[in-house]
Design a protein around this ligand. Sequence first.
Ligand SMILES: Nc1nc2c(ncn2[C@@H]2O[C@H](COP(=O)(O)OP(=O)(O)O)[C@@H](O)[C@H]2O)c(=O)[nH]1
Ligand SMILES: [Mg+2]
Length: 219
Amino acid sequence: MEIAIMKAVLEENDDRAREIEGLLKEKKVLLLNLISSPGSGKTTLLEKTLEHLKDKYSIAVIEGDIATARDAERLEKYQIPLVVINTDGACHLNSMSIKNALDKFNLDNLDLIFVENVGNLVCPSEFDIGESAKIAILSTAEGDDKPEKYPLLFRESELMILNKIDLIPYTNFNKKSFYKDLEKINKDLPVIETSCTKNEGLTSWFEWIGQRIKDGGKS
Ligand SMILES: Nc1nc2c(ncn2[C@@H]2O[C@H](COP(=O)(O)OP(=O)(O)O)[C@@H](O)[C@H]2O)c(=O)[nH]1
Ligand SMILES: [Mg+2]
């Protein structure tokens, strides 16, 4: 019985995700799904990105959180279209709630939508939200063993941000074993090393976004 219910939930999720995918293609809007554990730097990366790109592109953000609008409050100063989804305990966003959030935006005027998924290294990877790409973020303080322990996210993502590289001297993060493990899981996954607090590596991230918009965005 439980299996049947789960199957139905996933099927409905996938149907809605295909609708979103079609809509985004038609409107030439890029939707980037940011996935990581709590605290690895998703909101900080968004702050830096909005600071740098908000005048160049038309950007909106969907903030997914179990409770509160605290991350959205951090982004309010950029005066961009912003929707908060409180999942009320659920550990991931689903495509039904993303569709409702998209209805609040004018897609004809947008180039790019960021989704900050609920902080969790497991569940958000299992729910397709019709995104253009999943972006995995891992911070060095979480340990170099995480790709091997939570492989799905690193298999499904099109880009990985390795954040908090400024903390490497204070941790036992071993870059060599990190890259060795990652190669076993997804050898084609590009990695950008960043420090959001020290403004390192962010130019490569902005260029990656620019290239994706060039490839599939509004001309
Ligand atoms: N040292 C260091 N701290 C960072 C970096 N990026 C974010 N932080 C800090 O990590 C904490 C969690 O960041 P936040 O963006 O809220 O993470 P989120 O939960 O993934 O959205 C905050 O105190 C940030 O200031 C970084 O590159 N280096
Ligand atoms: Mg956050």
